[in-house]
Design a protein around this ligand. Structure first.
Ligand SMILES: Cc1cc2nc3c(=O)[nH]c(=O)nc-3n(C[C@H](O)[C@H](O)[C@H](O)COP(=O)(O)O)c2cc1C
Length: 347
């Protein structure tokens, strides 16, 4: 099997396997999962997009208590948020009135800020100094790139089209995650309002490999050793897997989410209802019942649905939870992440 160890940038990481266990913000990538993945010879990734600077530092310290291996921290590149008028907020409350009533949630006043401050998060990443900083939803500014380089970090951006990959390469990214349409979680599309090109991983690799020189990391629907071999044979230097690790013992995935993941067939689609940005997850009531016309832009919608998602999880119900998962099928491994990694690279 060709490995990323052949590549200089990746060789510095000292990985045993050409595998990045995906950053999964919102709980699944627990410090225990990140440490277990890195300790097993892959690259564990902290999904820190929703974390405060203090939480980022605490998370990194928890990983380091468990392993001295290298790991990544991942953030969302911010975009200007359009002004949200009171009428939009009113419509969003009306569209969620039924589910809030079902969850006994009183509509609390809703206002910004809608997300953590990126610069403060980035400063925390610089202070913790992971080996890799990975990002999604666009380009890192030249200033941030310089600061990350001074701190010795490798920079990995995310592309959903060959054009986005080109922009990332031109910006100086060390490697690029190619996210196929099959992928679970948020689509990494740069422009939050753009239509999804819906390019599957195989086509994305075929279109991108000939025009990009930096290492490409294949993501989306990769579940087995054969999937990994196919991605590497198609020109990827490594793979990034999320869904396959969601049910591992170390993942911070909630109980109702885990039980949906265990269903024999997972029916997924992309939706904006939970966060305002397109993301792929298992179909549930919130996807079906939420009025598509009453969705606020990202990340306002994400903040707006947080109490709904938390209340749903607290009740053990998957009805109103975001159940991010890719199109890959098959039983998910429920043992340890290191056993899964061992199986994936056993030959
Ligand atoms: C639960 C979940 C959360 C995710 N959160 C993030 C994230 O915070 N940052 C990111 O870059 N990608 C995130 N992703 C996308 C992964 O990086 C990756 O593209 C995807 O998991 C690959 O497809 P797969 O799930 O079919 O393996 C997430 C995916 C899942 C399933």
């Amino acid at each position: 099997m060709a490995t990323i160890i052949d590549n200089y940038a990746f060789r510095k990481l000292g990985l045993k396997h050409p595998l990045i266990v995906a950053p999964m913000a919102g709980g699944p990538s627990s410090p225990v999962l990140v440490a277990a993945a890195s300790a097993a010879g892959a690259l564990g990734s902290a999904g820190a997009a929703y974390s405060s600077p203090e939480e980022i530092e605490k998370f990194a310290a928890q990983v380091r208590q468990r392993t001295d291996r290298r790991f990544a921290i991942n953030l969302f590149i911010p975009h200007p948020i359009p002004q949200i008028d009171p009428g939009t907020i009113e419509r969003a409350f009306a569209a969620t009135a039924k589910c809030r009533a079902e969850l006994d949630l009183a509509p609390a006043p809703f206002s910004g800020p809608y997300a953590e401050d990126f610069d403060a998060q980035f400063e925390a990443v610089l202070r913790t100094g992971p080996a890799v900083f990975s990002f999604v939803f666009g380009l890192l500014t030249a200033e941030h790139m310089r600061a990350a380089r001074r701190a010795g970090m490798l920079l990995i951006g995310t592309a959903t089209t060959p054009e986005e990959a080109q922009l990332l390469e031109e910006s100086g990214a060390d490697a690029i995650t190619l996210q196929g349409f099959e992928a679970g979680g948020h689509r990494g599309i740069f422009d939050p309002d753009a239509a999804d090109g819906e390019i599957g991983l195989r086509d994305l690799l075929a279109l991108t490999v000939p025009r990009i020189r930096v290492p490409l990391i294949a993501a989306g629907g990769i579940m087995t050793a054969a999937d990994i071999r196919a991605a590497l044979a198609a020109g990827a230097q490594a793979v990034q897997m999320g869904t396959a690790f969601l049910a591992t013992a170390e993942a911070g995935t909630s109980a109702p989410y885990r039980s949906k993941l265990r269903e024999s067939v997972r029916t997924t689609r992309t939706t904006r209802v939970f966060s305002g940005r397109l993301a792929r997850g298992i179909e549930n009531r919130f996807m079906h019942e939420m009025d598509a016309e009453a969705i606020m832009p990202f990340p306002a919608q994400n903040k707006f649905t947080r109490d709904i998602r938390s209340a749903s999880a607290a009740r053990g119900s998957a009805d109103f939870l975001s159940l991010w998962a890719g199109t890959g099928q098959g039983d998910l491994w429920q043992g340890s992440a290191s056993e899964l990694i061992g199986q994936l690279f056993s030959k």
